[in-house]
Design a binder for this molecule. Structure first.
Ligand code: GLN
Length: 313
């Protein structure tokens, strides 16, 4: 039987912060030119419990673009609107096992069984979001994200412009899916909305609030507002467990036992259902595109808090 760590959360967060703060390794994403310019020393940790208690360390004011973590909240909103079956039928929920922007992943399965937490499935999910036109869909997305965060979030315009000018690969992905009949709105506009959702700026606490809303069955623990249903959360977390860290998702689940989601802006969230959501930001990424410091920090926190649900203490 493992010994249960009874230290207060803040003590654990402070200790992990000190331990990881100067950890070397990784580099900023640079395939989106603007991301290469982000201060790579930013490092912040936030944990928010389902009771709304907040524990933080490090850089809390710095914002980075949410990038792929956005996929989680668009997915949740589509599940909320259309039901879980729709994602199964129109996108798929199996991991591709390939890089997050893989085109082979589409081709191998003829557009089927792609995953909403990597680019093809995520652009398809964005295309499914309710709204009759670009503006309505965008409004739906920002309203959803704001509720998850419990505050108004804003687009990082330089990041949006930078990616919009260089996202030919994602455009190709959207058109290829369209050719397979697996894109549910204009491919160019869906890709642009997706690109913009990825450019939404978040700080560590805002990101942790979004994660903690998932931990709390869809009710934001800070505002007490119901954002999505507990059923929607359950399906969303399952997809996160399957594919939240791209082609390293297996390694992540093996190490932490928790659903997580990373973004090339440097953020990672992890959710311990019924307990807390964690967010860590550190822009330097490994080969798969996952923040080096955020992965280690969350791993250490989960270990210290006995957060792995597969480990009975
Ligand atoms: N906007 C980025 C892209 O589509 C998001 C990728 C990521 O965070 N892995 O390439």
């Amino acid at each position: 039987v493992m010994e249960v760590d009874t230290r207060p959360y803040q003590e654990v967060i402070d200790e992990v912060y000190e331990k990881i703060k100067d950890m070397p390794g990784g580099k900023n994403a640079d395939y989106i030119p603007e991301l290469a310019l982000v201060d790579s020393t930013i490092f912040g940790i936030a944990l928010i419990t389902v009771d709304g208690d907040i524990y933080t360390a490090g850089d809390l004011d710095d914002r980075v673009s949410i990038q792929s973590i956005s996929k989680v909240f668009t997915l949740a909103q589509v599940i909320e609107e259309q039901g879980a079956r729709s994602i199964m039928d129109k996108i798929g929920v199996d991991a591709t096992g390939l890089k997050f922007n893989s085109i082979i992943a589409i081709e191998l399965k003829q557009g089927k069984e792609i995953n909403p937490l990597v680019n093809p499935g995520a652009i398809a999910a964005t295309s499914l979001i309710a709204g009759n036109n670009y503006e309505e869909k965008w409004k739906n997305i920002t309203t959803t994200y704001n509720k998850f965060a419990g505050t108004e979030l804003f687009v990082n315009e330089p990041v949006y412009k930078s990616e919009a000018a260089t996202n030919q690969r994602n455009q190709a992905i959207a058109y290829l899916l369209d050719a397979y009949g697996r894109m549910y709105y204009d491919p160019a506009e869906a890709t642009d909305i997706y690109t913009k959702q990825c450019a939404i700026n978040v700080n560590t606490k805002e990101l942790a609030a979004m994660a903690s809303t998932l931990a709390n069955g869809g009710i934001n623990p800070l505002t007490k507002e119901k954002v999505v249903s507990p059923e929607t959360v359950a399906f969303t977390l399952s997809v996160m467990a399957t594919a939240g860290l791209y082609d390293n998702s297996g390694q992540w689940l093996y190490a932490t036992g928790l659903p997580g989601k990373s973004g090339v802006g440097g953020g990672i969230i992890a959710v311990d259902p019924g307990k807390y959501g964690i967010a860590v930001i550190g822009p330097k990424l490994d080969e798969a595109g996952n923040s080096v410091k955020a992965q280690y920090a969350i791993y250490e926190i989960v270990k210290a808090l006995d957060g792995n649900p597969y480990e009975i203490t």
